[in-house]
Every structure is written in C-alpha cells, then in structure tokens.
Write a protein that binds this ligand. Structure first.
Ligand code: SF4
Length: 205
C-alpha cells in the first residue's frame, strides 16, 4: 500500500485556509516545549490555538512540572496569544495502560497505547470545547511513528466527532528548526521520551 504523505496533507490544508481566510479553532496537544516551538510558529497564523498539556506518561512528578512550566515559558516568550490548558499530575491512567508492557522498547505496543490515550483525551476535550480540529505536536519527533499517530488521530476523530489535522511537522526542516528554537530560548531538552521505562532505557544506554 502506498504511504500517505501527511506533510503534504497539512500543507494542502494550510493553503486552503490561506485562500479562504478562515481561522478555525484548533486544540493542539503538546508534549513538551521543544516539540511545540516549531509547531506553534508553523500553525499560528492559520488557527486560533488552544494548547493542551495532557501527558500522564511523564515521570517523575518534578519532570512533569518542569516540562509544563517550560512550555508556558516558551509561549510567553514567543509572545503568542494562545490559551493553555493543563492537567494536575496524575500518572495512574498511564500505569494502567502500560501494565505488562513495561519492558517493551520504544515504538512498541506501550507507546501506541500511550499515544492513543493522549490523543483520545485531546479529541474529547476538543469536542467539549467545540473546537473545529485537533492534533498533536508528536509528529515532529523522528523517534515517533508518524504513520501510527496520524492513523490513530483519524480513527479517534470519527469516534469523538471532531476533525483531525493530519501532520508531519518534521517536514520543511521542522525538527531542525525546533532544535534552533530550543537553543534560542534556552529550552530544557529532555534525554528520554517521558515515562519511567524510557528513562531507565536511556540510563542503561
Ligand atoms: S516511551 Fe514515550 S511514547 Fe512510549 S510509553 Fe513511554 S512516554 Fe509513552
């Protein structure tokens, strides 16, 4: 089966919006400040953005709070008019979904469930807030399965009844730009994905 070019789908959507002059309401799930940097700047002129920090996978709690505060600092320093919704720390839903999958490597079933959980919560919030679309910053990471993220978003979109904005934010040097922005704004760049299992894997090399 031919691979879908999600980067092109996004570009086509942005071109359509530019032509129409519409500025739809977008709920953007954000995993951290570095991944949000390029993504926010890339989308800002096209959407009225609400950022949603929903990441019960992150451990320990200090790490969670720090990633959240870095995201808020970035938005403030970029001077963007963006609403931020965040969650208090509650990792239990993540440990429930990861049970029995603790030892799996990244991009396996634990990660698929972790991504699906965060996307579902984002879709549900988008529905509740009457958003026009929802999406996630996660496709900027070269470590993540872009195809899975988009397939999952498309499936959940039907479930929750809110269109999903397909993306591949790595395109147009998006990932490189996020590294440059991280340097410019002195953002904390974590050396593990987020959960305690990925932290152990990173510590064990
Ligand atoms: S490695 Fe990352 S995506 Fe996978 S389960 Fe852990 S936090 Fe989630």
């Amino acid at each position: 089966m031919q691979k879908i070019n999600y980067g092109r789908l996004l570009d086509e959507k942005l071109a359509e919006l530019k032509k129409s002059g519409e500025k739809p309401k977008l709920l953007l799930h954000a995993c951290c400040a570095p991944c949000s940097s390029h993504t926010l700047l890339y989308l800002y002129e096209y959407f009225e953005i609400t950022v949603y920090f929903c990441n019960p996978n992150i451990a320990p709690e200090e790490e969670y709070e720090f990633r959240k505060s870095e995201l808020k600092r970035l938005i403030s320093e970029l001077g963007l008019s963006v609403r931020v919704i965040d969650e208090d720390y509650d990792p239990q839903p993540f440990y429930d979904l990861a049970r029995g999958l603790e030892e799996l490597p990244e991009r396996g079933e634990r990660c698929r469930r972790c991504i699906e959980y965060r996307l579902r919560r984002s879709g549900e919030l988008a529905k509740k807030l009457d958003m026009d679309l929802f999406t996630t910053t996660l496709t900027i990471s070269p470590h993540k399965d872009c195809e899975y993220i988009n397939e999952c978003g498309g499936r959940l979109s039907e479930e929750v009844g809110v269109p999903y904005l397909f993306s591949d934010f790595k395109k147009h040097d998006g990932y490189k730009h996020s590294i440059e922005l991280s340097r410019k704004y002195n953002l904390y760049r974590q050396n593990y994905c987020g959960c305690i299992f990925s932290r152990r894997a990173s510590e064990n090399g």
